[in-house]
Structure formats: C-alpha cells, structure tokens
Ligand binder design. Structure first.
Ligand code: CA
Length: 465
C-alpha cells in the first residue's frame, strides 16, 4: 500500500456517553445531529461491548488490544505500563503521526505517561471541565476555557501543523460527559422548560436479581450529591417527587455536556471537509463504556448490564464503508487497535487478543465471527459505588453473570467476601434484565451450555483467576 493510500484515523472518544443518549441510537431524550452524521455516512454497531465497564481499564484495552488481566490495568487505581505493545507505538514506528489530546487517565510520570505519541496533551486523572490543568508533553499548564472546546481546538491546531505528506492517528479524548456533569455557558439553559422522560426501569426494586444490584450505591435519589446536581433539593417533596427531581437535575446536565460534544464533533467533521480529508480519514466515535441514565434507578456503570456494557461505536470511512450501514455483529473494545493496524497495513501482533473489525465495517461478516463475549469487573465493592466483582458471558440471546464475591487482592477492591451468586437473563424475553432465571428449571440446559462457553472463553483469553 503506498503512503498516500494509508487512511488517517481520527478516533474521538468521550467518557461515559451511553449510546441511548445519541439520536442515531434512537435516543428518547436528546438529539445529536453531528454524531448522527457519522452513523448516516458510515456504520453503526448495535452490539459493541466493553470488556470491563470502567474508564481506566477500558482505555487500556483500547490501546493494547488486551483484556485487563493481561495489560495490568484491572481497576481505576492501576496505571498502564507503557513499555508494553500499544497501537500508537506500532502506528508511529510505521510512519504515522500520532497524537492524544484530552483524557488519558492511565497514570502519570515515567512508564505511565502517553508513550508512543508524537504529541500529547492530557488532563491529570479525571480532569476539570473549566480552565483545566493539562500536561503538554509532560509540562504542567493551565488552559483557559471549557474542556470539550479546548480538546477540539487543540485537535484542530495539531491537525493544522502536521506533516501533510504522512498519515495521522489522532486520539481526541473528551472528559465529558463524565461526572460531575458541568455544562458550559452555551448549553447551560438547554432543556430548561421541558421534562426529560424517565426510563422504563426507573423504579426498579432490585427483586429477582443477585444481591449485588441492591447493594450498589449509585441510586439517583440517594447517592447523587449536591455537587452533582448543583442545588439543594426542595423541601416537602414526596419520595417519588424527590427521585424525579434528582433525575431531572442530573440528566439535563449530562445531556448539556453531550450537546457540547456533539457541536464539537461537528467542528472536527467540518475541518475534515474543508481540508478535503473526509474521504481519506477513518472517523470513529465511541465512549469508554456505557452509563445508566436513570435506568434501574441508577447513574454510573461497572455492571455487566446492557446500559453500561454497551459502547456507542460509529465509524465513517467513505472509501470502504457503505453509508447508512448497521450491524448487529459483536465488536469489543479490544478489537479497536487491531482494526486500525489492519487499515494501516501493519502486521497485528500475535499476542493482541482482539480481531480486526475491517470485514464487519465493509459488510463482509466472516462465517465464524464471534457470537459470544467475555466480561470482567474486578473492583469488588470499591468504596464509591460498592459494585461486587463479577465476570460473565454475553451471547446474542443470553447473559450469564457470576458474582464471585472476593477481592482477590486487586487495587481498590474491598476485602469483604460475599456469597457467590449467578444471574442469567434471557434478553429475548427480558430486554431490561429484571428477571434472573438462573434457578428456573426451564433454563437448566441453557445454563450448562453457557457455562461451558464461559469457561471456554476464560481459557481463550487466558484469565485463570
Ligand atoms: Ca468512563
């Protein structure tokens, strides 16, 4: 492949943006016209999943193509060891210009810095929404403005100064719409006079489930703070009214942050148009995991339940992807780096654990394509949200989850054993995962088959813990 033909890669990733807050995914609560443009001019994945629904581990998987027990980043408290093989190192050494701007959240200093990027300018930890501190090539600076605008401005600036003879891979990583959901001035009054609909599982009572759902501390009416909702709750509200009040405060700010991302994605797409880069650039929009938008009465993520497991994943590349494509084929975060390497014509290292999505993107699903996926959340009962550690299997129809009830000594996990519990959901009968049928005799054969597949996958990814 000649140097000219190698596509550019613009990888835009937000933080905690659930696909059910994007109109191209049939959102009931907002509109995202610029994100929709990527889907309309490219492909939308309806079954893209993260292998661990939390920021730092998902980011590590996207760079290494490895599950977290292999890349060493199992929890929020773990840092990446940049000496391992990463997509950016391979792209850079094969002649790509590489940059990462925005959220990193994989540690700082030494081997935890963004190694393998020609240019990097990243927030420390979660980063701030306003006037953020950033580490530009390791140097601490304060930048005036709103994080989502700044990350976009810097991305465009970097594109302007690049060597136009070489292809690029730019990772544009937004902080938004992560907690504490601070909107900018421009979007601060959106949705002011309307009520955002509550999701169907808003009043979930956590019955017919493992104890883990009840134990989790991410309930809208109980666990959101005044900082989160920027106000004190009014007095004299009934319990139901109070829950709705918290939800409206939370979801409106979340959606305002999303609206700013959408505008800024529009700016980047316009820049590609103006520079006549559109045809030669693979544009990806995704988020490190999904999020509960009041679903099950929750905010946050971590669980293997659909709203948090599912990643938005839309890709445009006019030279190879048919506009308006939609696929239900499985895609995983560990597949992303292999996909970029494939398009760049770089050999995929044998030890990367994902698979290039190129055939799916181009509408040629291989006969033996993955129909099951392995998930693992390690942070047993960690202090903030108290979600029990679990691993599990998802197929097109079923989801099997095992809460193993131990910390196993990983960072941030609490040494508070729980009785191990299984959950099985029949997604065809129970789309919202409200009814655990693990102990239902009608499913006993299914359970046997799924366990076999779960242990096969554990073996395949070499997770023996
Ligand atoms: Ca996240």
């Amino acid at each position: 492949m000649s140097e000219k033909k190698r596509p550019n890669i613009l990888f835009i990733m937000s933080d905690d943006h659930a696909s059910h807050a994007m109109s191209c995914y049939d959102s009931k609560i907002n509109k995202t016209p610029h994100l929709d443009r990527i889907a309309n001019e490219g492909i939308r994945f309806d079954n893209c999943f993260c292998t661990n629904a939390i920021c730092t581990p998902s980011r590590a998987s996207i760079l290494t193509g490895l599950y977290n027990h292999k890349n060493g980043v199992k929890t929020l408290g773990d840092e990446i060891d940049g000496r391992q093989t990463t997509v950016q190192k391979l792209m850079k050494s094969s002649g790509y210009q590489t940059a990462i701007i925005g959220k990193w959240h994989l540690g700082a200093g030494g081997n935890a810095d963004p190694i393998g990027f020609d240019y990097w300018n990243v927030f420390p930890n979660q980063g701030e929404y306003f006037d953020p501190v950033m580490y530009e090539m390791g140097e601490e600076k304060v930048f005036k403005g709103y994080a989502t605008d700044l990350v976009t401005d810097m991305s465009i600036e970097w594109l302007k100064q690049r060597d136009k003879e070489k292809p690029f891979m730019l990772m544009c990583h937004h902080k938004a719409p992560h907690r504490p959901w601070d909107p900018d001035e421009k979007h601060a009054h959106m949705y002011e006079d309307i009520n955002i609909p509550e999701p169907p599982t808003f009043h979930d009572d956590y019955e017919n489930r493992a104890e883990a759902a009840k134990e989790a501390r991410m309930r809208i009416e109980r666990d959101l703070t005044e900082r989160d909702v920027k106000d004190k709750p009014p007095e004299n509200l009934s319990a139901a009214e109070l829950k709705s009040w918290y939800y409206q405060r939370y979801i409106k700010d979340y959606l305002r942050c999303v609206a700013s991302i959408d505008d800024n994605v529009g700016r980047l797409l316009n820049y590609l148009d103006e520079e006549e880069l559109t045809n030669d650039t693979i544009v990806v929009y995704t988020s490190d995991q999904g999020f509960f938008l009041g679903d099950h009465g929750w905010y946050d993520k971590r669980f293997m339940y659909e709203e948090s497991l599912r990643m938005p994943f839309i890709v445009r590349y006019p030279r190879a992807i048919k506009p308006g494509s939609v696929t239900k084929d499985f895609a995983l975060n560990v597949d992303f780096p292999e996909t970029f390497l494939d398009y760049a014509g770089i050999d995929i290292p044998d030890d990367m654990q994902g698979t290039s999505l190129r055939p799916i993107l181009e509408g040629n699903t291989p006969r033996e394509w993955q129909t099951s996926m392995y998930y693992r959340y390690w942070e047993h009962l960690s202090i903030e949200h108290r979600v029990g550690a679990h691993y599990g299997l998802r197929t097109h129809r079923y989801k099997l989850i095992y809460y193993y009830g131990e910390s196993l000594g990983v960072t941030d996990a609490m040494d508070e054993p729980r009785t191990p519990t299984w959950e099985l959901f029949d997604l065809e009968q129970d789309y919202y995962e409200l009814n655990n049928v693990y102990n239902d005799p009608a499913y006993s054969e299914i359970v046997k088959e799924l366990k076999k597949e779960l242990y096969r996958l554990k073996d395949e990814v070499e997770d023996y813990e």
